[in-house]
Design a protein around this ligand. Sequence first.
Ligand code: GLA
Length: 653
Amino acid sequence: MRERSTKAAESKPSTLRYASLAAALTLSVSAAHADAAADALAPAGRWEGNTSGSASTPPMGWSSWNAFRTEVDEAKVIGAAQVLVDRGLAKLGYTQINIDDGWWLKRRTSDGRLQIRTNIFPSAATGGPDGTSFKPFTDKLHAMGLKAGIYTDIGRNACSQAYDLHSPNLPQGTTAEREVGLEGHVAQDINLYFKEWGFDYVKIDACGLADFLPGSDLVKQQNYRAAAPLIERGSINRTDIGAVRARYEAVLEALKAARPANDYVLSICAWGMANVRTWGKDVGNLWRTSADITSSWTSMLHNFDSAAKRPLYAGPGHWNDPDILHIGHGAFDAANPVEVRSHFSLWAMINAPLLVSYDLRNGPASLLDVLGNADVVRLNQDKAGHQGVVTYDSDDAQIIVKTLGAGERKAVALFNRGASPAPITLLASHLKLSSSAPVTLRDLWSKKSMTFSGEQAFTLAPHETLVFEASGKRQLENGVYLSEIPGSINVAVDGTRQPQLDPTVHRMIDPWSNTRSGGARPQYAGWGGAQADTTPYGQTLQVAGQVFDSGLGVLSNSRLQVKNDGGYGLMTASVGVDDSTENTRQPVRFYIYGDGKLLAQSAPARFGAKAHRMTAKVAGVKVIELVVRGSKADDAAPVVATWGDAQLTRAAR
Ligand code: GLA
């Protein structure tokens, strides 16, 4: 029914290829001439995680959007950049300066070259045959020791052309001149941005694939060219996931060609739609996991939740993006220091980009002090890139634990989501530290230290987040649980069949439609994806009554890759069908591979059978792959499978 509007999309079996790798596998394996190459569960023998682009740690800097929407201008941007430099924030890592929507005047129809709105970016009025150029602007930022980012859309038209119709800075001219997005111009625009204009970062929105609907009032009144939606905001099944992904892949190819030195950042802005929470890591350096953040507490919760349960999908070079910070506005202005610190601490703990977005020229010093908390920034920028894992979860309070480095230190956040004081007891075991040895906590806001054994009770003020750096005796003195090192794991195949919507994201009153929308229904696919220390559906890991506090929760027909860069010698796990599985009928088998070679396999494991202990010698192995095979029948629900206590240790036997 849906038109596929790109060649790239036509050439790929889109939904099958990308939305549901397990389903694709089912088809390919049952086809008469299936071969090993078509088996997505076969070990790759090499790291398949995306290594393109330059975002080894989460991007940090400033974005114009929440500060100025489309009323951005050069003085405002350079002013913000100057404050980052003058106040020492650039030195802390805030170096990425991004202009968002509003910069463009039109696409010149004679040659397709984009023209800049020089009344707001005067240095772009370079004249000559090119008309305008951002080169003076990016030169200026580069001379300040900063990097420059630009904004575009993956379709023909941008979001402001649907949602900011009152803006003085909308593209002008004929229908064609106002088609400022990438569609039909990918190589031309990417070359312009990265080769000619010298940008380092591009954020690519997706309204052009979602909002310019045939026959709509918007299209008729604004005289736009209509586009059958590849993204249907209200329906994941009617969204052409493969076509959306293919559009972004085409951009990635253009970026690689424009910047062979890999010095670019690709930010995918598809707001958690089109199953991007699953495939964003394979294409971009960051991908939005949700709708736009607003300056309310519950919007912050919503956006935080959309990324916080996805630690296995992020790591060095690729980051979940719950959106730019809203510090400085509304519930996060200087009059709300508790909320400001919480918002900032939470983004730091889950390795979210730290992109400030208020008018720094007029910002209160107290907000700059929050952004300048070097201890909290250090958590976010820790090179190992392990996103914090939610280790205690409730609607009222959460405990989030983040491994620093190879595990010798931890950070922990205690988060009171609610409007009443919350009692929160931190256990040494939350940190995977020994209960019988002292644990030292250093509060990264007050800078005070304390020591406890076993457990320590706290009472948190409404909306408060406490963040500590913790050290003690590790539970695994000689190794790590795999759930402690999510940044070293690549979910190659997650075993989901049809994308399912995640019911765990906080359901706020929709800031745009209010109560006109029938309720805040789940919007983001990714439910059922691999998890650290819980099952894919958020349950305790448990096999035949045996509970595992540590482990990886997956579905059948999944393949995870683990980098063995800690030089570990032994991999062990207690594996089995999880007690929470919906499909209690089918057996699964577990396999451990090292650099492509089979090292260990289980007998068929069935619901109700005791966990089976697997060991594999992995000394010298670079990439370990963990595969669970189950029924490939199309009508069988995936089996919930548990890699209980999965760990790497130094012991050679
Ligand atoms: C969308 C994006 C925002 C911002 C605006 C610009 O809403 O999600 O982050 O870029 O478009 O119009």
